[in-house]
Ligand binder design. Sequence first.
Ligand SMILES: Cc1cc2nc3c(=O)[nH]c(=O)nc-3n(C[C@H](O)[C@H](O)[C@H](O)COP(=O)(O)OP(=O)(O)OC[C@H]3O[C@@H](n4cnc5c(N)ncnc54)[C@H](O)[C@@H]3O)c2cc1C
Length: 572
Amino acid sequence: MREHGPGEPGADSGGSATRSPARAGRERGAVRGAWDYVIVGGGSAGSALAARLTEDGSTNVLVLEAGRPDSWWDLYIHMPAALSFPIGSRYYDWKYESEPEPFMNGRRIYHARGKVLGGSSSINGMIFQRGNPLDYERWAREGGLEDWDYAHCLPYFKRMETCVAGADEWRGGDGPLVLERGPAEGPLFGAFFDAVQEAGHPLTDDVNGFRQEGFARFDRNIKRGRRWSAARAYLHPAMSRPNLEVRTRAFVERIVFDGARAIGVQVNGQTIRAGEVILCGGAINSPQLLQLSGVGEIHHLESLGIPVISDLPVGENLQDHLEVYVQCASKQPVTVAPAYKWRNRPLVGLKWLLFKSGPGATNHFEAGGFIRSNDDVAYPNVMFHFLPIAVRYDGTAPQGHGYQLHVGPMYSDARGSVKITSTDPRVHPALQFNYLSTEQDRREWIECVRAARAILHAPAFEPFNAGELSPGAGVETDEEILEWVRRDAETALHPSCTCAMGSVVDPSTMRVYGVDGLRVVDASVFPFVTNGNIYAPVMMVAEKAADLIRGNTPLPPSDAEFYVHGVEATSH
Ligand SMILES: Cc1cc2nc3c(=O)[nH]c(=O)nc-3n(C[C@H](O)[C@H](O)[C@H](O)COP(=O)(O)OP(=O)(O)OC[C@H]3O[C@@H](n4cnc5c(N)ncnc54)[C@H](O)[C@@H]3O)c2cc1C
């Protein structure tokens, strides 16, 4: 336990304790005012890390979360179908916007990020995708990341989950993250699974199991009809521990250094001291905080008059996924559109409140799949989500009875950056993604849209297909498709890789190079974005990082085989 005078300025400053038992326990016990670790951000990774680190009763942890608590009565968080409501609301969302994107007609792309306990896991789409095993083989080819291959990551994926569909060699059976499989029932899902096969794609049992490639029902972070966020799965069960305190509405402004050693953080202008600081603020906030505090690229920091403590490519290597919705009108009234009508919402809400069932209890992302859109790629580079409704992700522009595929490239080689433009921590950093900036990206976009159309216009959809709503007739040639993507595409909300392991963070300790007492554990440490939604990989990183930080013997590597196209089975 490190020294920390309770009377020091700021020792108890900033934020409010969300649950009294932990605070009471801490004040009762001998640990008052002393933190071994301060975790910045009670989001996805932060929740898992706080829970794992405080399993050791002698380790004292303070979590500082800028957003509000995820109160039990908050329907917008806990009712799965309400997922679009927090987006754009300052009560839940950091509300970022990219710089004008040079390859998208100068459009600014809106970026939601969770600003509430549970972070983005409290406002996300609840889709659970581990990524392809070959994603981790790719990570492991980077210098120093040998222990981040699939064999070493799989045991942590298993440790963190309870797969309700069943545990096996690949899936976990008793972890905190409960995963229910989407039912994907009804005529439209039936047509969808037939249509993908007519378009030449296989089905697979479980995209998170032996074989990702193919189409299947999807797992989601829902437990008995409620969103099962990282905060609910990890943090709340740990909050009664006397060695954990969680403060919400506690915005961390800077990391405080003594020379090259991080000794705490600044909240409301006052210092909270800690033995170590662990940044879990996500792929935008973690690099922002590092740059504000003197850890970043030397010329960039000097241009803002920030004294440089460690010259590192912080904020570079930004990666993300972009997506579009290919939509069709439905001849038959078999979609879930009525549930979205204002007049039906009270009934949907009531059914959910009373029974945790009905249209309110689903995220609607119940099925989808992964394909390789060309022969150059070794594993799937395109992901699809099928929805039995035509609507934009943020809930706007519902199109009557319709259905849609979300689609986009998963293996884009476009790279961007997160850069502060001010020394004021409340000024959002400049986000530049450079979507569509590469030849490969543009080619794969054309492949994506054509592959989605092949599925939606397959014979199985004939009884339903009343014509394409979007992009619609008039978007046929490669150039027309690209122009539509430039106009219409949105982020799939997977910013990552801005404090990458190997270049900013040591993959064996999660420590930031060139300084002491400072680590990063969140989506920013990925070296490459994985080929699906990224919440599950973030949680795996947090689980594995917890063992590295605690000095535990790592879980033994798995020898489970996995599917590789053109190879019978690949074993470690
Ligand atoms: C709307 C939306 C939908 C998504 N849908 C899906 C999906 O369906 N499936 C999927 O796999 N992924 C999805 N994602 C992505 C996924 O949820 C995130 O990539 C992942 O949760 C990020 O985890 P993290 O720990 O890196 O950051 P976060 O979970 O965002 O946590 C960061 C936390 O740090 C806090 N914080 C930041 N800065 C400070 C500061 N200075 N001081 C104090 N606290 C701070 C934030 O408020 C936040 O709580 C979605 C994301 C969004 C936003």
